[in-house]
Ligand binder design. Sequence first.
Ligand SMILES: NC(=O)c1ccc[n+]([C@@H]2O[C@H](COP(=O)([O-])OP(=O)(O)OC[C@H]3O[C@@H](n4cnc5c(N)ncnc54)[C@H](O)[C@@H]3O)[C@@H](O)[C@H]2O)c1
Length: 433
Amino acid sequence: MGLKERIESLQARVGIIGLGYVGLPLACEFVRAGFAVIGIDKDRAKVDGVNRGSSHVQDVPDALLTSRVGEKGLRATTEVECLGECDAVIICVPTPLRKTRDPDISYIVSAVDGIVRTLHRDMLVVLESTTYPGTTEEVILPKLEATGLVAGKDIYLAFSPERVDPGNPRFNTRNTPKILGGITARCTEMAASLYRRAVDTVIPVSSTQCAEMIKLLENTFRSVNIGLVNEIALMCDRLQLDVWEVIDAAATKPFGFMPFYPGPGLGGHCIPIDPHYLSWKLKTLNYYAKFIELASEINSNMPHYVVTKIVDALNSRKKAVNGSRVLVLGVAYKKDISDVRESPALDVIKLLQDRGAQVLYTDPHAPEVHLDHGVLQSVPLTDELLEGCDCVVIVTNHSAFDYPRIVEKASVLVDTRNATRGVQAPRGKIYKI
Ligand SMILES: NC(=O)c1ccc[n+]([C@@H]2O[C@H](COP(=O)([O-])OP(=O)(O)OC[C@H]3O[C@@H](n4cnc5c(N)ncnc54)[C@H](O)[C@@H]3O)[C@@H](O)[C@H]2O)c1
């Protein structure tokens, strides 16, 4: 039986390398669609957790995971050799930046090296990790074809970007349209036939490069627009205007305007990182990606701007940062999630500590954070804590926070998210960006 028939009869076995924020929800969708899935992760603790039905990903509750785990469902392992049993392998490993802000595709390379050892005729390989245009064709294809198997004939290779928005109650892996581009038309067709079983909509495109570029356009679009609105916030500050009022009123225009909101800076594994994959690739072609670099500069300066607001707030109470107790509310990079990767809260905390502040934080979703110089633990949010701190800073606007109470009890407050909108406070008590 050929791969197409194995997919259509649900007999194909799917392997997913990397059981993180992207891979685990995807594995669950393939099981729901009726496939047996082998999840491969090098992190033993995650593998054991998955096999016990204990989830490390917020969007996959334990009950759902438990219903998906089993011999005919999802089985997790650290053994790369298990890929030999698979008809299709999907790569969902991290793609971070090096210290020099160049792409680090070493996780992709190591995953592909594992696949090559077990590659067999009629195998489909799909890369989902975000990366620069050309990775699938220039890095993965030569490694697979070095085995003598030819893409589009003996094996199939495609790129399909993951677009999941963690914590989004409306859009998930299943109902977010899936972009897909293969090395050949036959590769696209084979990958599309697999994904159509698991997700509602598949959008085939002409090449792997095009699919890679689409993802980078989407995330660069966000980064640049957030950079623009962050600069508008800096301008409004100089003009003594409320940027939030300006944006809300502009958003009443029914066409030609889409609201973006300022904040303490970018966070997460995608928006602060992905555009640099694109600008790096363009540098190799002697092109300087101006919008990307400018947006990155503005966005990465926002934690410094937040600290100037904290300085102003403390100054209004005749206090210096050095020696003050500052309480940070929320360290996750966005509302109602636990992910602290690249979170601007970590930068704000570090900048304050460098200036001699005693920083505490509270976050119902993130019990501890690892900083350069040690671990910080979330403290319970009590009236005494709020009253006992010199300044309270809202970095992440979690729904669990009781904002009227926070405003009432804090001596002075910096609000980076307009979370205190509509809450009555004496003049000069709330500093907003
Ligand atoms: N998190 C998101 O919201 C999101 C959204 C869209 C796209 N992406 C992209 O998806 C990719 C994965 O992101 P993520 O957030 O799921 O990362 P993650 O860190 O949550 O998960 C990656 C997993 O891969 C495992 N891993 C790394 N190398 C491995 C190897 N060689 N073999 C087996 N396991 C390995 C790690 O242990 C980890 O569990 C990245 O390219 C990211 O940019 C992420």
